[in-house]
Design a protein around this ligand. Structure first.
Ligand code: C5P
Length: 232
């Protein structure tokens, strides 16, 4: 499986999204649909993008009892998305049920990846609010290993964590990495950032890029810059 750039369509409406993706005619970016857009527009937004021939990462981060997640994943699988995800914090049984729900009658299924700890969770918050005493990095690696042992295809993580995740879970375990910025670009609210070139060096399989492309005057030019730096 090759490396790819996933563009985060963090838009509030179908109109804005369709207008944005019209910049990419003749190219084949992956698009990420998150909660904001999916809750606003429903499954139809997935069809809008898939019908134009693009791949979709549906970033809904499921976390519930195993049976509920299994049934929800079966619904998402019918949408023919290419990647979907859940919170590893739901545990190995939930992850195994999720895989069962995703698997179609013919044995095919979307890729399933796990969120370990959100990048918005600090070690202090983990200790004081979640009562998790271990260092953040150890928790991330342990969650990644549980996801791998449960049969998942990969994790969402920081590009900086990729070498360790690959060492613990194997080279083919996918790493999908947000927190990407160009060397001369705005950082915004992201903290631990890397450039597309650095993410390549660190071994990411997919980079997730939002504002550096969506807020650019020329989104296609920025997308091409990402591809040139990341998919060499
Ligand atoms: O605009 P920006 O490039 O920061 O967008 C990054 C995208 O990746 C957003 O859709 C954000 O929700 C998502 N994401 C993230 N960090 C995570 C998981 C997802 O930034 N740990």
């Amino acid at each position: 499986m090759g490396r790819d750039v996933i563009i985060a369509c963090d838009f509030p409406s179908k109109e804005k999204t369709v207008d944005f993706i019209s910049h990419f005619k003749g190219y084949s970016p992956y698009f990420k649909i998150g909660m904001e857009l999916f809750y606003a527009e429903g499954p139809q937004i997935v069809y809008e993008i898939k019908n134009r021939g693009y791949k979709v990462f549906l970033d809904l981060k499921l976390h519930d009892i195993p049976n509920t997640v299994k049934k929800a994943m079966a619904s998402l699988s019918k949408l023919d998305v290419d990647i979907c995800n859940l919170h590893a914090a739901g545990g190995s049984e939930m992850m195994k049920y999720a895989l069962e729900g995703l698997t179609r009658a013919d044995g095919s299924r979307p890729l399933l990846i796990a969120v370990t700890q959100l990048t918005s969770t600090s070690e202090e918050r983990m200790r004081n609010e979640l009562l998790i005493e271990k260092p953040l990095k150890e928790v991330v690696m342990s969650y990644a290993k549980t996801a791998s042992d449960s049969g998942l295809d990969g994790v969402v993580c920081s590009p900086l964590e990729v070498p360790e995740v690959k060492a613990a879970c194997g080279k083919s375990f996918l790493t999908v990495t947000p927190g990407i910025r160009f060397a001369d670009g705005e950082v915004g609210d992201q903290v631990r950032i890397t450039t597309p070139a650095k993410a390549n060096e660190l071994g990411s399989d997919y980079i997730v890029v939002g504002r550096p492309i969506t807020a650019a005057d020329d989104p296609l030019a920025k997308y091409i810059e990402c591809i040139e730096q990341f998919v060499k």
